[in-house]
Write a protein that binds this ligand. Structure first.
Ligand SMILES: Cc1cc2nc3c(=O)[nH]c(=O)nc-3n(C[C@H](O)[C@H](O)[C@H](O)COP(=O)(O)O)c2cc1C
Length: 390
């Protein structure tokens, strides 16, 4: 069974990301993984950490001679900041270690601090935020890059763009070629396909910088080239729309998910929402009048682009902190501030790509199986033939 996990704290020694169940023979390039890690660190509105941290994947198992070998893959990502935290977060306790801690006793509204400290019975929230932090998503992105390499073998690509930051919206659909061009840029502002909309988005982030505030927004992930029939309508937990929704909402600060034009559709009549069905005799295939369903019907891919949006709340660490309570004294206090991002929508898009790629890789393997890439491809091609001859 295909599965993946991450471990590691924000200021710990390193992140560890593991993945099992990928067939042997999938080409893996460190440069491609590092490029995805770089993309996750970009975007206007990021905090100081991105300047000290250039992530490089260190693969320790599961890949030999640039190909997967069928065994679990483990990737290490060093935390460059660890050297400043060895005394505050030692693995082994020692005399005097207590004095070197960097406690967080003024929980930030919107962060995991208070709920986590209560749940795990800690008198400060340090250990909670260390793991709740989105630093963890570097591990997801590294694994997502491997999942993307697997999907690419089947002609499937997964990319993202920013649809809004605060109240600044793109206001139109983007096509696949625009997303490809965006992903190849070596400078990322807000990862928007429209330069004018991007400047409006930048103005929102500038306002947040000026006022000690933060901003949220919406990113859109598109999976291009997926065959019809991934996922299933047969049981609640086999539905691919449900799996994608969980994957996207599992991301830090994502509070909503939309598949296709869900929000607009809920306010429209059915005649304007469903994607009409046509048949091309020449190409011997079904086509659709539009793609408002986001490529998913009945929890299955329908052969159109899969379109999933994630809605990010504004970052909860504010330079002008909100009202909180000191956990030690129970007196009113302003929430803690630690170096922080102001807006992260482009980075969230890249993480969203990784999550969608991982879910799709799982769905592909569920349907086509295989211990070697050649076997998976054979099964895949047989199925495509069946669909063609339907
Ligand atoms: C790419 C990315 C970067 C983030 N950076 C920060 C940050 O610098 N400061 C912060 O307070 N929250 C940041 N967050 C959000 C928090 O990790 C998140 O709000 C927190 O863990 C609580 O979880 P929740 O918002 O999902 O409920 C970031 C989220 C993402 C996706």
């Amino acid at each position: 069974m295909f599965r993946f996990e991450t471990a590691g704290e924000s200021h710990g020694e390193c992140l560890v990301a593991t993945m099992a169940g990928l067939p042997a023979g999938v080409p893996v390039s460190l440069d491609a993984i590092n490029r995805e890690l770089w993309r996750r660190q970009q975007g206007y509105g990021r905090g100081g950490r991105m300047k000290i941290e250039t992530d490089q994947a260190h693969i320790v198992s599961g890949v030999r001679h640039s190909k997967t070998i069928g065994s679990p893959i483990a990737i290490l990502l060093e935390n460059k900041d660890w050297k400043n935290w060895t005394e505050a977060l030692p693995v082994e306790d020692s005399e005097g270690a207590e004095d070197k801690k960097k406690p967080v006793t003024r929980p930030r509204p919107g962060h995991a601090d208070l709920a986590g400290a209560l749940k795990y019975n800690f008198d400060d929230a340090r250990y909670i935020l260390e793991r709740a932090s989105a630093r963890e998503t570097a591990g997801r992105v590294a694994l997502g890059a491997v999942a993307k390499a697997f999907l690419a073998e089947f002609g499937i690509g997964v990319l993202s763009h920013v649809v809004s930051v605060g109240d600044a919206h793109l206001g139109r659909q983007a096509d696949w070629e625009e997303l490809v061009a965006l992903s190849q840029r070596d400078e990322v502002l807000l990862n928007c396909v429209d330069a004018e909309a991007e400047q409006r988005m930048k103005a929102v982030v500038d306002q947040a910088y000026r006022t000690g505030d933060t901003a949220g927004g919406v990113f859109e992930v598109v999976a291009h080239g997926a065959p019809p029939g991934l996922g299933s309508h047969t049981t609640w937990d086999a539905r691919l729309d449900g799996k994608l929704a969980q994957a996207i909402v599992s991301m830090q600060a994502v509070k909503g998910v939309e598949i296709g034009c869900a929000a607009e559709g809920s306010a429209s009549f059915g005649s304007q929402v469903q994607d009409t069905i046509r048949y091309s005799r020449e190409d011997r295939r079904f086509t659709r009048g539009a793609n408002r369903a986001g490529g998913l019907e009945g929890g299955m891919t329908n052969g159109q682009d899969v379109i999933v949006r994630g809605m990010l709340k504004p970052i909860s660490t504010l330079r002008r902190p909100l009202e909180s309570v000191d956990l030690a004294t129970r007196e009113p206090a302003l929430a803690a501030y630690e170096r922080s991002d102001v807006a992260v929508v482009p980075a969230a898009g890249v993480i969203g790509e990784a999550m969608v790629a991982l879910v799709l890789a799982g769905a592909m393997l569920e349907k086509f199986g295989g211990d070697s890439l050649a076997e998976t491809k054979r099964n895949f091609e047989g199925y495509l033939e069946q669909v063609k001859n339907y």
